[in-house]
Design a protein around this ligand. Structure first.
Ligand code: HEM
Length: 366
């Protein structure tokens, strides 16, 4: 039987002629061949290929999550694809070690040829930040210039257009806001939870007051600490206070979405919440791995160029180190751990909610 498709040749399929002909060493062009420039180019190209794959996965997840309602079987697909992203990120972090086989002196053999090009101009990296939900007004500015001031007009237009597109952060927030089960019939998750938190905090206050090893001053100091913890919890139950924290930039995720994420985290052992919990966890992982990459890249830069300015004109190491903390996107999800209480103090769910969250099926006729 004839196959319906023409035979394929490996090199043609992967367009290797084009791919393997794309390493032009500037040092060769300028008549001062630098051996390590080949590694420098290939490592950067490998990054860009992986960025392409990550964007492909991330875009597909945003599309699935933006559906209202999200198709149930798609949650598992989203989790699997985000997990793939995290595995690629681990490779990206490790890959810096390959580049570090080039010494700072080797780098100086060709660094001068690179000005003013810089990873700062990686459009795919910027796209990834934008797609995940990094907002341009929260970006660190260097030399008072917008992050896209160093790229071509064509690339700037593409980045500005991308800022108008749906992001992972927004898709997640909308999806969380639609989480059912937070209130059904007489049940209000946050009322039950608030009472449990109150019981837990009262119990802790009693322990402090009854501790014979503490002096009165020490007790007072610990009770003041307790008041601060109680304040912290209060803010999560009060929509207005939450909004005030959003306005001053302390929180980004909306109130309802935060409560839903908390509910999912607390009741993750209920079968129906297991996958939603994994989804939230994956985004925490992606954020953490982005941050790890930023730190790791900053350390490598420190080692390669010390505290010199970068080829793109930034303060180099210091600028990069600061982005690691300030460019986090899903910080609110990571912060949820602040509000977790021990499993044994969790209010039990009403029977109806429990039944709807479970996978229990009775055999026919029973
Ligand atoms: C010898 C190796 C490297 C050095 C010395 C270096 C140096 C720098 C410096 C100094 C900056 C800050 C902008 C500037 O002033 O230029 C920067 C930014 C950046 N680099 Fe590298 N880099 C190296 C390798 C890489 C690799 C392999 C990648 C992978 C794609 C990469 C991606 C980036 C990205 C995405 C930024 C922008 C980060 C941000 O603005 O948050 N760099 N790099």
């Amino acid at each position: 039987m004839n196959k319906p498709y023409p035979p394929l040749y490996y090199s043609d399929y992967l367009q290797l002629d084009r791919l393997l002909d794309a390493q032009d060493r500037k040092s060769v062009a300028y008549g001062q061949p630098a051996h390590d420039e080949m590694l420098f180019i290939i490592v950067h190209q490998a990054y860009e290929l992986w960025f392409k794959q990550i964007l492909f996965e991330v875009d597909s997840v945003i599309a699935m999550l933006s559906h209202d309602p999200v198709e149930e079987k798609h949650i598992g697909v989203c989790v699997a694809r985000l997990q793939r992203v995290t595995e690629i990120q681990k490779v990206l972090i490790d890959q810096l070690r390959v580049l570090e086989t080039m010494t700072p002196l080797d780098f100086l053999d060709f660094r001068d040829f690179l000005f003013p090009a810089s990873g700062f101009q990686s459009i795919q990296f910027r796209m990834l930040e934008i797609r995940l939900g990094l907002q341009s007004d929260t970006r660190l500015r260097y030399n008072q210039a917008a992050y896209h001031s160093r790229v071509s007009q064509e690339h700037r237009d593409a980045l500005i257009a991308a800022e108008q597109e749906p992001t992972m952060f927004a898709a997640l927030e909308n999806w969380l806001e639609r989480t059912p089960f937070l209130e059904t019939g007489d049940y209000r998750f946050w009322e039950e939870y608030r009472a449990a938190v109150q019981r837990m905090l009262d119990g802790e206050r009693d322990v402090i007051k009854g501790n014979p090893t503490l002096s009165d001053e020490e007790k007072q100091a610990q009770l003041t600490e307790q008041d601060a913890t109680a304040e912290h919890f209060d803010a999560i139950f009060d929509a207005d206070r939450h909004r005030a924290l959003q306005e001053d930039g302390t929180r980004r995720l909306g109130h309802r979405a935060t409560l839903a994420a908390l509910f999912i985290s607390l009741y993750r052992d209920e079968p129906i919440l297991a996958l939603p919990y994994r989804l939230v966890e994956m985004l925490v992982d992606i954020d953490e791995l982005m941050t790890t990459w930023r730190y790791r890249h900053a350390l490598m830069v420190h080692r390669m160029i010390g505290t010199k300015i970068g080829t793109g004109g930034s303060s180099g190491y210091h600028y990069l180190k600061s982005t690691a903390e300030s460019h986090r996107i899903f910080r609110d999800l990571t912060n949820l751990s602040t509000f977790l209480i021990p499993r044994h103090t969790l209010p039990s769910l009403p029977g109806e909610v429990r039944r709807r969250l479970g996978f229990t099926h009775s055999a026919k006729g029973q």
